[in-house]
Design a protein. Sequence first.
Length: 289
Amino acid sequence: GVAGCCAKTTTAPLDRVKILLQAHNHHYKHLGVFSTLCAVPKKEGYLGLYKGNGAMMIRIFPYGAIQFMAFDQYKKVIKKQLGISGPVHRLMAGSMAGITAVICTYPLDMVRVRLAFQVKGEHKYMGIIHAFKMIYTKEGGFSGFYRGLMPTVVGMAPYAGFSFFTFGTLKSIGLAQAPNLLGRPSLDNPDVLVLKTHVNLLCGGIAGAIAQTISYPLDVTRRRMQLGAVLPDSEKCLTMVQTLKYVYQQHGIRRGLYRGLSLNYIRCIPSQAVAFTTYELMKQFLHLN
């Protein structure tokens, strides 16, 4: 949980800009990544860069906790029940952990996206509880909270899978090939070797970059579906396939399906680096090795 919160707070301003660009917010749609980063504080103050971050923290603590815990549990089950080990069981366990965490915390993500998409002076939602009430009453009850769940699950499987797979593989190769150069004894158990902090950050960053590239078009699809009624073209984005087609036809690959990807690298690489590094440090701090 702490690992998730540290990671997301580090990159919250980039997260907000990504949502504004992905869904072509009319105030910022003519701008690029860096010009939007400069324009948001001018229009909405510096706290505008952290809009929706309160909802993000409420979501990300259970999300991070469930994901990391589920990964460890699934890894044990897959090894024990299926007899699969090594890189393949990391990929499978990571995918299943990501899907589990997403399904458990999806309504909070939906609310966070709605709050982050709002621009000062045009507030439809007054806060987290108000957003929950509005979505529930105006968008079909509980099903309204799960708009865009399908592309999220489909996108999360490769994202979380490749993220855990890449980090775990780099970690095991690094500690096996160059233990003295890349590793050090764990603070809570000298018999266990862990990566040095800067190596941990590097491995986490590489894991984030690879996972993000593979799953990004589905992230764009998810955001558009989540924003739903807030967007003028919402009736054309009712299903995952419809939304993918619509974005591709209207905006193409680079300016549609991969719009905001450069920002996502800047956002996701440090985010994953901080997440994995904090997780490894917390394990030592809580004597889990």
